[in-house]
Design a binder for this molecule. Structure first.
Ligand code: ZN
Length: 497
């Protein structure tokens, strides 16, 4: 093997080892670490982040990337892997070292402040932290540079090459189609009652159902595990260690059901990179729109479909035999797809979900394109909820404080949630043509679906960008009509309008 490639692989492995420990300690922090541990954790994270920075950004790596650029005839995977790590180098090197590690510390402290503010419904106590996080993002935008819009610099961090221009086109289409559809449903739609899941389900049963669901979608639990956290999430440490979390509420059984399926969709992605990148920075999917397309595909296109409803009904019948009579598949299908404009994004139905994302997208765009103050954000939030969803928060915990993202500095992340749903519909349309998606779901043969996704998307980890993956899987460029057509068809039939 070429000496330079050896050097590169050693660097990649070292960086991956550090990011492995950073991710592990973050996973622990969100699941089992004791409450008081956050202060020392923030110091440990800050120091390890600094070490990561020094390993990645120095004269030797700069020279290494320059020399690698000159190499000819590299195989595709090696070339893509180098390209990805080089981008990581560029992204990191634009920020001065002390700011990089200080920011890692700020993220932990802001996360803690957010959690307290959320619990105590106290936006004021969180505002100074949010202010600092936004100031850092603005600096980052300047370091990174942008062509058309400052917010582009942040969007591109979560979905490569995403811009305000592309987002505006996408969200305008959603606004035009979803807002009137929602109005029609509330005015003329058939009334669907909440009677099956609107009761208490003991947690032991819910845990059993989650275990069965993970098995059913072929999430490999020899290389994964399930824990509990306030916000469900997935941590891909390496190809053979991908962990997920869910949450169990006695009175909201569907919350654990759909969180578990959703996170399993993420996990399957991260478990399925090619072996050659199993312990590389390029392992697992890094682009969040594409990542979210996988979790949403499992959660919605599979999990909320007619075919899957039959499987889910059987699962509930087995687990809660005393409620046997109530799980009729047609009624279960209606109830899991009930449309109800609400205040909380993570509990939103499939149709109104994108409107929750729209609110956040517009606010973020405003933050990075105007002088709006942090203290003005709650009122703006409430105004937009009223306008798009017709509901208004009574306090900030059910309003602007509900998401953890901004405390972590994840500005530019939210749009990927809605994009993911849209990509998923485009992939499903292609799978329908090639392997008969609907009938596979009906028969519970989900392995065929996983294999298709493995081949078209997962195997590449982070070595290919979203545009390539969308075309590779669906044969076409991104087209949001697949999503709006799917929503129109599904909800017009369901609500008989
Ligand atoms: Zn997700």
């Amino acid at each position: 093997m070429n000496d330079l490639i050896k050097q590169f692989n050693a660097l990649d492995e070292k960086l991956k080892s550090m990011s492995y420990f950073l991710a592990l300690v973050e996973f622990d922090g969100a699941t089992t670490a004791p409450k008081k541990s956050f202060k020392e954790r923030s110091i440990a994270i800050s120091n390890l982040s600094q070490l990561y920075y020094q390993t990645l950004v120095n004269e030797n790596t700069k020279k290494l990337f320059e020399d690698l650029d000159k190499l000819k005839n590299l195989d595709e995977l090696t070339r893509d892997k180098i390209e990805y790590v080089k981008k990581e180098y560029i992204k990191t090197s634009i920020v001065p070292e002390n700011e990089f590690s200080e920011y890692a510390k700020l993220q932990v402290l802001a996360g803690e402040a957010w959690e307290n503010a959320f619990k105590n419904n106290d936006f004021k106590s969180f505002a100074p932290f949010l202010d600092k996080v936004i100031a850092y993002q603005k600096k980052l935008i300047e370091y990174k540079g942008y062509e058309a819009n400052p917010y582009d610099a942040l969007l591109d961090l979560y979905e490569a090459d995403l811009t305000v221009e592309k987002c505006d086109l996408f969200f305008d289409k959603l606004k035009k189609e979803i807002v009137p559809l929602l109005a029609e449903i509330s005015k003329n739609g058939k009334k669907i009652e909440e009677k099956i899941f609107n009761k208490s389900f003991d947690l032991d049963g819910q845990r059993k159902i989650s275990d069965k669901l993970m098995e059913l979608v072929h999430y490999d639990l020899d290389g994964g595990l399930l824990k509990e956290s306030t916000h469900p999430f997935t941590t891909g440490l390496s190809k053979h260690d991908v962990r997920i979390t869910t949450r169990f509420y006695e009175n909201q059984v569907l919350s654990s059901v759909y969180s578990t399926i959703h996170e399993s969709g993420h996990a399957i992605y991260d478990q399925s990179s090619k072996d050659e990148i199993g312990f590389s920075l390029a392992n697992g999917g890094a682009y969040m729109g594409i990542h979210e397309s996988q979790s949403r595909l499992y959660e919605n296109n599979i999990g909320r479909s007619k075919g899957f409803t039959k499987i889910l009904s059987e699962l509930f019948k087995e687990t809660y035999p005393e409620l046997n009579e109530t799980f009729k598949p047609e009624e279960v299908y209606e109830e899991i797809n009930i449309v109800k404009p609400s205040l909380i994004r993570v509990e939103a139905d499939e149709l109104t979900y994108a409107l929750h994302v729209l609110v956040r997208y517009e606010i973020e765009k405003e933050i990075f394109n105007s002088d709006i103050k942090v203290s003005e954000l709650p009122a703006l939030w409430n105004k937009k909820y009223k306008e798009y969803l017709g509901v208004e928060p009574q306090n900030d915990s059910e309003g602007i404080l509900q998401d953890i993202h901004w405390s972590l500095g994840a500005f530019g992340y939210f749009p990927t949630y809605a994009l993911g749903s849209a990509y998923a519909c485009q992939f499903v349309a292609k799978m329908e043509e090639e392997i008969g998606f609907t009938s596979l779901v009906e028969k519970g043969e989900l392995l065929e679906i996983k294999k298709w996704l493995n081949e078209k998307i997962h195997q590449y980890g982070s070595t290919k960008k979203p545009d390539f993956l969308i075309k590779n899987a669906s044969g076409k460029d991104f087209d949001p009509s697949y999503y709006t057509d799917y929503l129109n068809k599904k909800y017009r039939e369901l609500y008989e309008i």
